[in-house]
Design a protein around this ligand. Sequence first.
Ligand code: SAM
Length: 342
Amino acid sequence: MTSITILRINHRPFRDKRITTHVALTARAFGANEILVDNRDEDLEKTIETVSANFGGDFRIHTGINWKTHLKKFDGIKVHLTMYGIPVEECINEIRNEAEDKNLVIIVGASKVPPDAYADSSYNVSVTNQPISEVSALAIFLDRLLKGRELGLNFQGNMSIEPSRSGKTVRYVPSMEQCVKILKEQGADARIIEHSMQVFEIAAKIAKRSHANLSLVIAGALLHDIGRTTTNGIDHAVAGSAILDELRIDRRIVRIVERHTGAGITLEESVNLGLPEKDYTPVTLEEKIVAQADNLVSGNSVVPLAITVGRYREKGLEKQAERIEFLHKELSDICGVDISDL
Ligand code: SAM
């Protein structure tokens, strides 16, 4: 499918707000790209846009659409979900094959659906021939169409659920303001905050240039030294990741913080340094960016790469110095410019 659109017809804002919200939420979670609703409903738009802003993805909603014109002009496969249609299990393979490289629109009614929708559709499809909720009809249709793959979708949102057998855990990507508040609440002094701000400025430039996830890089850079509120030793990154884990910060940020020392610490080095035995090498682009931005800042001043690697070499840390140079080159290649010049 090139794209999946849900066309919601005869939506009555005064009566159907809740059920249409559920149609839209199900459409979004089950892999559709957008929902078009015939009658204008700003509240509905706001509700769905807020969910997308928090939980991620790029699902779109538009209300106030002339559905008849839209359906007539629609270039692709048109499916109308109705209890009067062909059983889904009889036509789903054909629809999937036919729609493989085409757009797909799925029509779901709110109140009585006029005959044009039946006539203008490529397929009238039923999910049982009994009257059921449009939410369940849509969910089952999308699940059959996408063969369950939609259940594994990753929305990369600012809020994410950490599945748990009992209890409930929601993790989040903090905004800049929230990061500064967290730093202060944890007792970060002016020195830590100024340093973190400088690292953030460099990291954000590299992130924009390399199309990394900016929200993760910003939060990771601002919080990378939060562990220094409890220790200034080599273990400050581990301490920082523990603080953020406890605060239910998104795991991707926890890992950025945990892996920001130098160009990372290998499993073998972690043992020699007395850290919890683990490989602390930055893996994702965002982890690499924050680690290297930190390597280009000393206190609250930007320093040339040569100064940082020189300090490592003076301490006999040749391998670590080489890794920092390698990381610098890797990120500079991705950015198409020496990251020190950004
Ligand atoms: N009372 C309205 C009517 O007479 O058309 C329909 C209400 S029904 C709950 C709303 C929508 O749910 C329908 O327009 C249809 O899209 C969907 N729907 C209900 N039962 C269905 C079924 N068994 N199979 C597929 N879709 C169904």
